[in-house]
Design a protein around this ligand. Sequence first.
Ligand code: FES
Ligand code: FE
Length: 375
Amino acid sequence: MTTSPVSPSLIATLPGRYYTDPEIFRQEQEHLFESMWFCAVRAGDLARPGDFRTVQVGRESVVVTRSRSGGLRAFLNVCRHRGARLCTEESGQVRRTLQCPYHAWTYDLDGTLIAAPNLIKMPDVDRVAYGLIKVALREWLGYAWVCLAGEPPSFEETVMGAAVERLGDPAAIEHYGTENLALGRRVRYDVGANWKLIVENFMECYHCATIHPELTEVLPEFAEGYAAQYYVGHGAAFGDHVRGFTVDGSEGFERLPDVADDQDRRYYAITVKPTVFVNLVPDHVILHRMYPLAADRTVVECDWLYAPQVVESGADVSKSVELFHRVNEQDFAACERTQPAMASRAYREGGVLVPNEHHIALFHAWLLERLGSAG
Ligand code: FES
Ligand code: FE
């Protein structure tokens, strides 16, 4: 088999094995998902003390809970006695404690070991030392971000910095007040594709004219193939006849109170590496969180967030949800169509990036550097 040389205006992609090889996925788990800040849970989903949610972060299960003092806490979901999984449900609520279903060791919501059958006969057991293993946690945009690294990287630089880099202004994302918005809809997509195919797809709009008829109707410049992410600070303008970011261009909701005039009637997209996409439009925010589960499987949770009064009033959000829900289904179908071919000999040396996809090469360079420097 021969391959033709890549022409100078084209850049090679990663080779196919980066999307299929379990060993590369394992390295990504270790050096990306377990080393960087990972967006785990929407804080509002854990409203009451004792609410918990478990999430897969790299190779670890992490439990995030709301403590009695009101703060969020994250722990490795592993009992310190003999290692049983502590919370076996994906989400739920406990009254005051987390109790292991195996021998009933019991931890308070701050992770301290508070009871164990017969422990009274073992007074030398240090209840703090045998508490749950804490995981670093920060809240931003109304989400709990966790980091398994012994020394977490700067949250300001590696997470918040993505928004500054994309929007060109540290205050720009604050105008949407995302942390105060309410959940209007959540859709969970179980995608049969490598997480990087989903990132690469999100970063480019070369495909928009082919697969996103509704989106290009609302954002006509997307039909040209240049993604909103291509230029710093650029938001894609709504078409002249478009009244709102909805599936049929009909009226949306009132502009969020602090969104600036120059942000009005525009769509901004931010990729927070490795697993989050933030989409900003004047009247709502759409936030995607990925949970990469295997080289060829990624669960994506997508939240549509609105002003609290919109959700409380019971307003019909279906037209604005439907627009990006269709975009998601169109994108994920494209990723699933691509995934099997990653193992083909035709893609052994990868494919190419055309000029308006060249910024994807920066993502590849970033990935290779992280995997390389970590190894
Ligand atoms: Fe949890 Fe024994 S493994 S109490
Ligand atoms: Fe798309």
